[in-house]
Design a protein around this ligand. Sequence first.
Ligand code: TYM
Length: 334
Amino acid sequence: MLDDRKVLFSGMQATGNLTLGNYLGALKNWVKLSDDYLCFYSVVDMHSITVRQDPATLRKRARALMILYIAAGIDPEKAVIYFQSHVSAHAELAWILDCYTYMGEMNRMTQFKDKSAKHADNINVGLFAYPVLMAADILLYQTDLVPVGIDQMQHLEICRDIAMRFNNIYGPTFTIPEAYIGKVGAKIMSLQDPLKKMSKSDENPNASIYLMDDPDTIRRKFKRAVTDSEACIAYRDEQPGIKNLLDIYCACTGTGTADAVKAFEGRGYGELKEAVGESVVAVLEPLQKRCAELTKEKDYIDGIIKANAEKAAYFASKTLRKVHRKIGFPDRIR
Ligand code: TYM
């Protein structure tokens, strides 16, 4: 605990076009939880360079992501939203934790296996050690709760393992974080292959709803969504396409699953797709407008970037100093 509130940390990469999965699986919960915790929401630009990035695009996307956090309803006066690269303690703690993490643990990470298959020409050490940087992000703030989608669970488990290992050697140093997985929307699936996660790196643009898609594109993508030939709207694993559409509808409208199934009873897939499309437009259109407005407020955004990086660095340095003392680094002479 850093003050008398419990701490929440989460982050998102500014890589590719963010999808509805990022919003429903993570950002929406961040907003919901931000009144009750001391929240740190980072734009994790240091994670992004594990895959080659165009510098100008990365810079632009990172700023756009910061604006999206605010547009989604996170109050930058209350929550600490900042760029990971502005707080050097992340890199420093990551190095230390590297020395308490085993190669075998990293080798098992499914995201590493997937990404190294996709980027066979650039399997760099950063990609391998990615989960350790993520552990450093979380542990630096003595985090109690980490709201993420299901795909990040394995990384959170390793973070807990590293923290417990360190605490066992040196005595209580890090808070052991818990994951927060939302009841709906924790795994939004591809619209073209509902057995696969909706992902910003999918090559087929019809598979994902991007947060900046215009209303007609959103409606068209839902019309084309892959379903099945059962002709029955039910919430079950045997009908993954329909299940995914119902999940999206429920997450966007706040309807419970049983109520949604009842509401669509006896209706056709076409009607369901149309209703889901409209529910998504109703969420994304105002978000896009707010992003456009905030983008024009350069001085306001710059002020937030500066003030919040300082706040994050203040909290992070407390943990880093504690870690330095524990492992035996010499005291600084002031
Ligand atoms: P990233 O940028 O890939 O995704 C950001 C958040 O979106 C969630 N998400 C989804 N949720 C539901 N359905 C989907 N289809 C879907 N796709 C993505 C992710 O679970 C995530 O919560 N390594 C992280 C970023 C990170 C981080 C951290 C997160 C770095 N440090 C510390 C938490 C704590 C990542 O690449 O997320």
